[in-house]
Design a protein around this ligand. Sequence first.
Ligand code: NAD
Length: 441
Amino acid sequence: MSTVIDNAVAPHAAHAASLRQAQDGAAPVSTPLADARSQLAEAIGLLGFSEGTHQMLATPRRELTVAVPLRRDSGETVLFTGYRVQHNFSRGPAKGGLRYAPNVDIDEVRALAMWMTWKCALLDVPYGGAKGGIAIDPREHSKAELERVTRRYTSEILPIIGPERDIPAPDIGTDEQTMAWIMDTYSVNSGYTVPGIVTGKPIALGGSQGRASATSRGVTHIALAALRHAGITPSQATAAVQGFGKVGADAARFLTESGVTVQAVSDQYGAVFNAAGLDIEALAAHVRETGAVIGFSGAEALDGAALLELEVDLLVPAAVEGVLHEGNAARVQAKVIVEGANGPTTPAADGIMRERGILVVPDILANAGGVIVSYFEWVQANQAYWWRVDEVEARLEERMLSAWQHVLGYATSRGLSLRTAATALAVERVAEAHKLRGLYP
Ligand code: NAD
């Protein structure tokens, strides 16, 4: 697995390169936060909002940085840094995932929290945006260590979270077990069980049917709609999916079930390719056994970066930020890009791909299935009344497709990209809530 480091740092290397270029005066700096702020600035310009409103929406409402000491299984103590950023609560409690990855920092969490605000507003779920993270590589820790880290982090952020304040959910490196530990830590401290404190928890603890696959189902609904919009019949379409985690693996599976030929997938270790289409079930079994897609017998090996430049109809980046940047955007051959990940495309890449006629469906629309079913889960937990899986999935599909139509209509009538349209629609809703509530005092 010597490719681990190279592939894992690829997007950040791109950021570092663009940073160096910027220092040379050659190109603007691209980081997730700079990208998020630039998207906001474009929407503010379009909507004609004041600089005061711009500043308010560009700045997180509340941020917490916490020290997270861990007693390792060996007895040694190590210290990690954790964050929780609450970008906005004008439309309701803050909502957003918790990320465990070595490169997590406050600026990345700020960007992800801002994108959550827009996503919740765009899909009209009654939340603001938040995000959390710990700079830790979960693969280097035992389950017992991850439990201790999660419980300590939860107790440190306890004063600012709650079912009516801020509701965490899984993201990169965390899962339903992580949510169960958060729920338990919060509940023990409250003295009673509080299922509404997290979403994406196990069904046995009040999780929702259909939550685990919701982001991928939403990505698939949008991908099929976007392909048809681009004049491509899904059953004749080819696709590549970057990332084979909670979002990417099920997206590859659902796309395949919908008739799309998924030719390539990747993870942080490398990529695999089969022109006739990958057997996603067999690949998932291989990943469960070995921990990586590489070495799968039903495919040939491919360089991770090359996956993004394959000649396919549909590209689904479902891994990390900044993977489509000004260094590779001119070589992307996909006709439609559906962003399963948050922030995979930098503004420079957006501009290049728009000029080249590539249809990019932005993250805040494409991957909103997770927060929609998180909202359903929170509603169910608060009512202690559970819905059937078919009810959850029908409501998810209806919300995704109506948001798609809304964004498409807004973009088409104004000659905007889908990202600018989606961001403007969302920013307008948040600004309206600000205005109606007024400024205190
Ligand atoms: P995950 O940890 O389950 O999976 C991440 C996957 O990406 C893994 O397969 C990992 O190996 C791969 N990966 C990491 N770096 C890579 C690289 N440089 N190149 C290729 N692959 C790489 O995380 P997830 O929950 O699937 O999240 C993926 C993305 O989707 C993130 O951007 C996340 O914010 C976003 N997202 C997740 C959800 C959700 O419900 N889980 C909802 C909305 C958006």
